[in-house]
Structure formats: C-alpha cells, structure tokens
Design a protein around this ligand. Sequence first.
Ligand code: NDP
Ligand code: GDR
Length: 371
Amino acid sequence: MKRALITGVTGQDGSYLVELLLSKGYEVHGIKRRSSMLNTERIDHLYQDPHEPNVRFKLHYGDLSDSTNLIRIVQEVQPDEIYNLGAMSHVKVSFDTPEYTADVDGVGTLRLLEAVRILGLQAQTRIYQASTSELYGLVQEVPQRETTPFYPRSPYAVAKLYGYWITVNYREAYGMFACNGILFNHESPHRGETFVTRKITRAAARIALGLQQTLYLGNLDAKRDWGHAKDYVEAMWRMLQQDTPEDYVIATGVTTTVREFVRLAFAELGIEVAFQGEGVAEKGVVVACSNAEYQVPLGLVVVEVDEAYFRPTEVELLIGDPTKAKQQLGWEPRYDLAALVREMVLSDVALFRRDAYLRAGGHEISRFYAE
Ligand code: NDP
Ligand code: GDR
C-alpha cells in the first residue's frame, strides 16, 4: 500500500486529493494546523476513527513554519509521495502579511525538502510542489506555458517563486523526484469563501433567497483561467507517477472576466444581471428574472465596486497552455466553466436554503461575512 503525506489537507485541494488517493488504495496522512475552532469541515466526510482497525486516513498536527515538526512527521510516515499544498494562499492577504507568507509559502517548501534530505529519503519519496500561475504575473506571453518567463506581482507570488526554484534546485542538486505543478485558478464548492468565484456564487445564492442585497467586488476586468479542483488534483497525482520529474502547466486554456463570472452565476438562477457605468461607479443591475421561486426585483443593484478589494499590483490576464500535461500526462479536464459555475451555485443554494428556512421560522441566522 502506498503512503502519501499531504500538507494543507484541510484546504480545498487537500480535501479532493484525499478523496482521490483513498479511492486509489493509498494510506493518506495529512498535516493540519492547531486552530481554536475545528478546521476540518472539508474533510469531515472522510474522517476515520483512529480507534477502528485498518484506518487509512490519519491527521497529524503540524505547521510549515516548524521544521522539527515536519522532520518528525516525515520520519514517522515514511511517505512514498508528499503533496505540499499548505500555504497562505490568498493573494490580497499576502500584501497584509508578507513576511508570514514568505515564511510559510517560500521557506516552508525548503523545510519540507530539507526534511526529506536530512532523513535520507530522497530516493524513496516523491514530492509535488503547489506552484501557481501567479508566478507569471505581469503579462510576458499568452497563453502562458512552462517556458514563459515569471514576473510575480504579490508577496504571495514572490514567496511561491522561491518555492518553485528551491524545488527545481533540490531536484537538480540531490536527484530528488520533485515536480512543480503550475496550476491556474481552480475552484469548487469547497473553495474558500473569500476567493472571488465562491464569493460570487455564495452571494448569488443569498441574493436569490432574499438573504442579502449587494455583492461588493474589486477589479471586474481581471481575467482568469478557471478550472475545477477535482480535475486539478488528478493532474498532481499523475505528475508523481511519471518516469522522470518535470514541471507542468495545468489549465483549461479558456479565460473569462470576473464580470462574466458574475453574469454566469446569476444566470444559473434565472436572474439576468447587466452592468452599467464605468470604473468604481460600475454596477450590476437585475434586468430580468425568469425563476418564479426567486423574488428579486428588477432594477435591484446586486453588484457594486469597492476599491478596498483592489490589489496594490494586479495580475490582469491569465490563460494557460496545458499542451504538455495533455501530451505527457494524458490529462484532460472534465469540467468546463459552465459545469463548474453550475455545481458551485447549486451547492451554495442548497447551503443557504437552510438559512432561509431558519429565518422564515423566526430564528436568527449568523451575519454574513462580507470579505
Ligand atoms: P486553501 O487556502 O484552500 O488551503 C490551504 C491549506 O494550507 C489549508 O489546509 C491551510 O490550513 C493550510 N495552511 C495554511 N498555512 C499553513 C501553515 N503555516 N502550515 C501548514 N499548513 C498551512 O488553498 P487551495 O487548496 O486552494 O490551494 C492549495 C495549494 O495550491 C496552495 O499552496 C495554493 O497556494 C496553491 N494553488 C492554488 C490554486 C487555486 O486556484 N486553488 C492555484 C495554484 C496554486 P487551514 O485550513 O488551517 O487554514
Ligand atoms: P487569485 O484568486 O488572486 O487569482 O489567486 P482570487 O479569486 O482571489 O482573485 C481572482 C481575481 O478576481 C479579482 N477580484 C476579487 N478577488 C477577490 N478575492 N475578492 C473580490 O472581491 C474581488 N473582486 C475582483 C482579483 O483582483 C483577481 O484579479 C488564486 C489563489 O487560489 C492563489 O492561491 C492561486 O495561486 C491563484 O489563484 C492561481
């Protein structure tokens, strides 16, 4: 039985990767952070009681900022594969916490590679590093591919640049089987609530159900190549099954503006939103509603621009060329954008229907966190 160790197991990708590896017969170990509240919501459905026999999914407390902890866990688990998904992954927040981001996303990667080297596991343990399309930053070439020069535009991207190159260096210096997956944005119902797609699908569901009126967003012109996390964790696994370690772009090859994502999300609920005005004065207004279940008045302003969500330096355009992954890994995304949006919106409607029932029954519901 193969053993995998996942950092960032409680995150979006961690949850889908655990599902995938368990389905392939792996014993899966995850590193989770100590938190004052439970932070395992995304993986609770996979929980196995450690008191039961033949448990194949185990959690360890740990942190990428703590090298002795990483060494101990790697020694205990003796993994065949390590997936380094742990990170402070929010680009905007990285401008507020640049040093912490550098420590966890940059030096954290080094700590993990060093743990493998110190323990003499470099011939046994394969490593996946969660690199990112944010490395491309300011547009140098489109579509972006493995050979496109990097120009990071945030403390997050600069920290990930270190993670990328230290992974390449350990591969070349010590012969480690270490791969960078340069993954473009990928989303799902498990996506963190403050990333733009989930923020939009949550708000669309809440507005349709009468629980919220306005969605405040930043740069509506930004273009992203959005795929589904389920497809992308499959690519991570495939990278580690190859004969040689290499770096791969994982993307759909289609790019879409934030504004268009908003339109698609509301359209999924039968609500047509049109954008009027320019710059910070731009607004999204309901111009039609064909779903009788949702009482959304025509003319309602559902989207406003708030400069607080703009970044000091922005990545305006991402569109990836996944040709290498398709040819060498045999990887193909199964979801297109329409299927992704549908799944996310329907999932959020189901989630917030509970709030709507509670409110209708006179119960208090928790306040919406607007970030
Ligand atoms: P999430 O933000 O959903 O998950 C990040 C995970 O890292 C969480 O489990 C989080 O724990 C954990 N984590 C945060 N800080 C630390 C730390 N100091 N030590 C250990 N673990 C920590 O991210 P995604 O699942 O979306 O992304 C996975 C990885 O892929 C990240 O490295 C991200 O930067 C990268 N990436 C993501 C892309 C995307 O579009 N999703 C695209 C390209 C790269 P907790 O739950 O406690 O917060
Ligand atoms: P990104 O994702 O920065 O690409 O990083 P995010 O969803 O945060 O932003 C995408 C684009 O939308 C614009 N935007 C807003 N973003 C947020 N979060 N909130 C808003 O209100 C808003 N309004 C407009 C942003 O300016 C940006 O242009 C994600 C993360 O998962 C990284 O960890 C990963 O490396 C990259 O994707 C690939």
